[in-house]
Ligand binder design. Structure first.
Ligand code: C6P
Length: 409
């Protein structure tokens, strides 16, 4: 039994009052709040173990190194990674995808090769590939979406072929809430001899993820969206593929030997972890993975599905509203627009009632163009949100409609 009141007790920030109203934090796709367990892990690390990792033989350095490596094991297990050697700590999804686009893309893409993406990608799974394409002469192709916001898998079949070297796809859309068929795309990619990259920024926090079962070669995620601290994320890569790649950043700890005119590289994953890493944040992410595992990702998914569906149905009763994305198989993201109300104005008005939602293009400008809007309002739910918060959201949206309606007439 999922005890929502008990879960909420774990998050101190949820007791905040904003503009005289209890905070309803509905901007979880941007970043999640942090449970006490994660906050304690950060403080505990700094109070008891802080030192630079892998550089000292003194006690604290050994403890810090052990805590860092334990965090790697925890996150690898959380993602179903068969081998923690494939788990690289980064700053987040953006850096993870840039790592692949630089260290794999710039080394292995050639003129005439193709990278197949989708028109729903976040800028962080688009711009790094544009940069790699400019340097290598590779071409980018895009799988379109159908009217309901799901990927056109027939078009995907047509686009993925002998020239394809990599297929990159967002697992769960931060705008449409669509859960994409990345397993099927991975099969298509592999049949064509290409690699599969999954942007898991919006799936790792919300769905049970098993990189082995997804069949992907790379999986990127951000710690701060899955209850962890900012400044840390992961790239999981199939070890054989990571071995083949060049380093991303050069510096301390990623080397085996350095000469004045050349260097050789450390083993994976260290080859990709140059300089002093965000050690405390990695430890915090390990604690976040523990917290999510203790709750059970299937329970988290079911709770969010319930809240997401409730929000979808309650919001669809609002007159003249447009909700984007499919009706079925959604995550807890609900993007919408109302005629005559700019999403920023709506978000500002909702803030007066203590309700935090996001408005804007959500770093998906090509998708906004495809939808024919400059921006949307977006409520995004997580494991601590309640039906009562959905009711407050709907009530505040109705109030905004009346307010702006009176203004327009
Ligand atoms: N989306 C939002 O939708 P970073 O900033 O590196 O932690 O995550 C980038 C990122 C990559 N892919 C997807 C699907 C994402 O949703 C995001 C982040 C946030 O509000 C910020 S734009």
């Amino acid at each position: 039994m999922y005890d929502i009141e008990k879960v909420r007790e774990d998050f101190p920030i949820l007791k905040r009052v904003v503009n005289g109203k209890p905070l309803a934090y509905l901007d979880n796709a941007a970043t999640s709040q942090k449970p006490r367990k994660v906050l304690d892990a950060l403080t505990g690390y700094y109070e008891q173990h802080n030192a630079n990792v892998k550089r000292g033989v003194h006690r604290l350095s050994e403890e810090a190194t052990a805590a860092y490596e334990e965090a790697r094991e925890k996150v690898a297990r959380f993602l179903g990674a068969p081998d923690a050697r494939g788990l690289i700590f980064t700053r987040g999804t953006t850096e993870s995808i840039n790592l692949v686009a630089y260290a794999w893309g710039r080394k292995l893409l050639r003129e005439g090769d193709e990278v197949v993406l989708t028109e729903t990608e976040h800028h962080s799974n688009l711009v790094p590939w544009q940069l790699a394409a400019q340097v290598t002469g590779a071409k980018l192709r895009f799988i379109p979406i159908r009217e309901d916001g799901t990927l056109d898998m027939d078009e995907a079949e047509r686009l993925i072929g002998p020239r394809t070297k990599l297929v990159g796809c967002v697992h769960a859309s931060n705008v449409l809430a669509t859960v994409n068929q990345v397993e099927r795309l991975a099969e298509m990619a592999h049949e064509a001899g290409a690699l599969m990259l999954v942007d898991g920024a919006q799936s790792a926090p919300h769905l049970p993820v098993d990189v082995g079962r997804l069949g992907c070669d790379f999986f990127a995620a951000s710690g701060h969206k899955m209850l962890g601290p900012t400044g840390v994320g992961v790239l999981w890569g199939r070890p054989e593929v990571l071995e083949e790649m060049d380093p991303f950043l050069g510096g301390g700890e990623m080397i085996r030997e350095v000469h004045l005119d050349h260097s050789t590289w450390n083993d994976i994953p260290y080859k990709f972890e140059a300089g002093t890493m965000n050690v405390a944040q990695a430890v915090g992410l390990g604690a976040a993975s523990d917290y999510l595992e203790e709750l059970g990702m299937q329970n988290v998914r079911e709770h969010e599905k319930r809240i997401g569906e409730y929000a979808y149905h309650r919001l669809s009763e609002v007159e003249d509203i447009t909700i984007y994305g499919p009706e079925e198989n959604r995550t807890g993201v609900v993007s919408f627009t109302l005629p005559d109300i700019h999403p920023h104005d709506l978000a500002q008005l909702l803030d007066e009632d203590g309700i935090a939602i996001r408005s804007g293009h959500h770093c998906c400008q090509p998708l906004m163009r495809r939808l024919g809007v400059p921006a949307t309002a977006r409520a995004s739910f997580y494991l601590y949100n309640t039906e009562e918060e959905v009711d407050r959201l709907v009530e505040a949206v109705e109030k905004a409609r009346e307010f702006f309606g009176a203004f327009a007439s």
